[in-house]
Design a protein around this ligand. Sequence first.
Ligand code: PHB
Length: 404
Amino acid sequence: MSESTEIKIRALGDTKLFQPIQVGSNTLNQRIAFAPTTRRRATEDHTPVDLELEYYTKRAQAPGTLIITEATFASPQGSGSSRVPGIFTEKHVQAWKKINDSIHREGSFSSIQLWHLGRAADPKNLKDKGLPFLAPSAAYINEESEQNAIKAGNELRAFTLEEIKDLVNNQYPTAAKNALAAGFDYIELHSAHGYTLSQFLNPVSNKRTDEYGGSIENRARLILEIVDKLIPIVGANRLAIRLSPWATFQTSAPEGEEIHTYILKELEKRADQGNELAYVSLVEPRVSGNADVDKDKQQGNNDFANKIWKGKLIKAGNYTYDAPDFKDLLRDIEDNRTLIGFSRFFTSNPDLVNRLKHGYPLLKYDRDTFYNPNNWGYNTYNNHDETEVFDEKKEQGRVGVALA
Ligand code: PHB
């Protein structure tokens, strides 16, 4: 192994990162989560397969790890890209159940990230399913999306009020019930990175003049309505939310501190009434969507959130940048209620938890393999003490097989 394919780290086993922490009604053995990463290996009908089973099982190997699975379509209307898993058919539920049973056998926990693409969908993908291309307002992400929509004969239009009510009363509750049936320990609402719920928060994508647009209260209405709808269904201690106050992924301006201050205050009110969410997950300003942000372009920080939200936090986004020391990570876990999410290094280090504990070097990931529907670059990484040599051709050709 050459130097350049590894990064050196210090051992973190004697730090707070390796002290147990309660999240909802479960106790995690360490304060580490696998933050969600789109990997595109499901079938065309959005069913997860054996490749995901193997992948998550191996990454759950340190008991008490929180595995947040890849963003998963909450409903057909929320879909709009290929090979991404869903949780809207009985087949999806059964396949996820096998994955969750396996994660649980490792002694770890799982959270599903419920995804709804809105204007980030491929309009042709929706058209092929006979579905409209919907967003808070008819404001395209970019010209390419507009051209694609025109070509597909599926131009973007604003959700009607009735369609918004369907999100609250039907799409999210159905997905949440399915997720419980599939054995997920937590349900995380993806309200980040310029997808539907985040599109409502951001005036760049939300130009509505009704009660879902304009003021902060109006733009945050949908996410809070969904939270309030789901609390009695799944229990607040199983419910979570992901926010990205600083990201400009799929938008031209970040949502910023003000609307997130409001949302966190509202969630705190629910906590005061006995309905504290399991966790709030925050994307750090060091990343935006799937990419790092250059140091001189980073704006804001998430310190404001700690002042408002008193429950558990997961913070994720390039916490390895200052390895081997991990000064930012160690600072952020000082409050005794923050967990750290890792994603890219969990892909290339199935035993990431053990490596962090003992200070074994981390293998660098290969970004070129991300988002490819074949298996190379996913289940082709070893634990620190393993030496299996993978056959690239065979693994490249390995197609996901339905879970038996
Ligand atoms: C992606 O598929 O690139 C992706 C998905 C969810 C995110 C960010 C990026 O939150």
